[in-house]
Ligand binder design. Structure first.
Ligand code: DQA
Length: 138
């Protein structure tokens, strides 16, 4: 089992931005924990973060992973390009958010990618990624 953990816009600021919402661990810290979890479960994982919408679309198109874990950041709420990229591949994608977007501003309540994702995990901080990883290993 090979997994791609994909993070979108502003997720590189994790640990430095809005700490009360996203925690104090950096994306590298979180990725290290996901990597250790995958290793313990005999899965391979690759990590990629970009602030550029098109780069994320290309990564989805070209991935040879068995599953993709995607935190698209704010692109979640308006990127039809990302939605189409997900719809264009057969690789299952699990949508992830660290925060409970439904308990936040109204513009975060809408995801334009949920419909084309296998499922969504949100609100569990960094453990949203771990739970999404687990969903591929069940
Ligand atoms: C986020 C939620 C989004 O609304 C926001 O734009 C982010 C992070 C989350 O992980 O909770 O950048 O995807």
């Amino acid at each position: 089992m090979k997994l791609l953990v994909l993070n979108g816009v502003n997720l590189n600021m994790t640990g430095r931005r809005e700490k009360s919402v996203y925690g104090t661990q950096t994306l590298d810290d979180i990725n290290r924990e996901i990597a250790a979890f995958c290793k313990a479960r005999g899965a391979e994982c690759e990590f990629f973060q970009s602030n550029l919408e098109g780069e994320l679309c290309t990564k989805i198109q070209e991935s040879d992973a068995d599953g993709i874990i995607l935190n698209a950041g704010a692109f979640t709420h308006y990127s039809y390009a990302l939605r189409d990229a997900i719809a264009s591949v057969t690789t299952p994608v699990v949508e992830v958010h660290m925060s409970n977007v439904h308990a936040r501003e109204e513009f975060r309540h809408k995801s334009v990618i949920s419909e084309v994702c296998r499922g969504t995990i949100l609100g569990f901080g960094k453990n949203s990624y771990i739970l999404a990883t687990e969903s591929f290993l069940l």
